[in-house]
Design a protein around this ligand. Sequence first.
Ligand SMILES: Cc1ncc(COP(=O)(O)O)c(C=O)c1O
Length: 392
Amino acid sequence: MKLAQRVESIALSQTLAVKKAAEELKRQGSDVIDLGPGEPDFATPEHIKIAAKRAIDQNFTKYTAEVGIPELRQAIVDKYNLSCKTSYKSENVIVTSGAKQALYHIATALFEEGDEVIIPAPYWVSYPEQVRLNDAQPIIVETRESDHFRLKASAIERALSSRTRAVIINSPNNPTGATIEQSELEAIVQLAHKHKFFVVFDECYEHFLYQGKHSCAAEFDAERVIVVSSVSKSYAMTGWRIGWALGPLPIIQALSKIQSHSTSHPTSIAQHAAVAALYGDQLCLKEMLSQYTERRAFVLEEVAKIPGMQCSVPTGAFYIFPNISGFCDGRAIKNSVDFARFLLQEAHVAVVPGSAFGTEGYVRLSYATSMSQLAEGMSRMRRALSRVRATA
Ligand SMILES: Cc1ncc(COP(=O)(O)O)c(C=O)c1O
């Protein structure tokens, strides 16, 4: 069947094969420990659920403005103007169906054939595909384990060309958990100003920080920056599908045109729930962070006990990205997909291969799961990997 060229040029997620295999094993009744998910295991906090139920009872069940309800746009602006000292107005915000849709709208509004978009690797899986789907070319810039996967402005500067349209920065990063230093972020925003490209700044994991202080790119120059985030990870609301983009007015107007002809707007009920998330009690963030802190320390300790596996210490998000190249012997385990398959078959533990994030020789483990699951998963992993080392 003939499909549009733009679809032919994108890959189906590489994570899918391992995920499917894990689901198949679960269906057959195997007790699979899933360290793959990119979503919090916590329930959405009660006061947010109550706000959603109230929205239904009060019949907030009709179409809303394509840019989102005024209360939510204002809540988003208030959040940024308070924490980043920006002077956004509600016209600078569009509410979208998750951060993913905000990123996709931005790609559609800004990128076209001939444009280059710089993406630091390891990257979140959808960035390069969204760029390709909009006929532009992703330019991948590697970050290194020896630098704790921290992005440097000099690496972006080296990748610039007259075709550079944007750089997509994600801090804290999925999958490495790395965060960008404030001075490096400021230097990248200055480059954007000088060379007239945009910084798309994805800060979906901003609340999960274990060291230092989060910096938002908009603090330095709101004219060249488009900030993207959501309530998905912060408030354990992945299924509610509420995210946003904040940026210069002409860009937000362009995104709203696209949204008005695609999904219209995110669900009215979920928008009311997101208002409660942003204006409500923030204690839930502290509680989740405290549990992630404990789990992170535990998985890092456990990884350190596995001979042949090293891990850069992540400063944010809820992932670790250990180096597994010592297990890739060129025979049974050649790469990260083989490694993930081996763990699934031998230990019934699911992880995500690094190749899905553009970086071979690593896997992503999520600690957004209970301590008991983590303990069982790490112990099974250690046992299975000791057999690989023994036969290597
Ligand atoms: C870095 C990053 N950006 C964006 C998203 C999409 O978030 P949402 O669920 O709000 O669309 C994810 C989800 O995994 C992510 O990890």
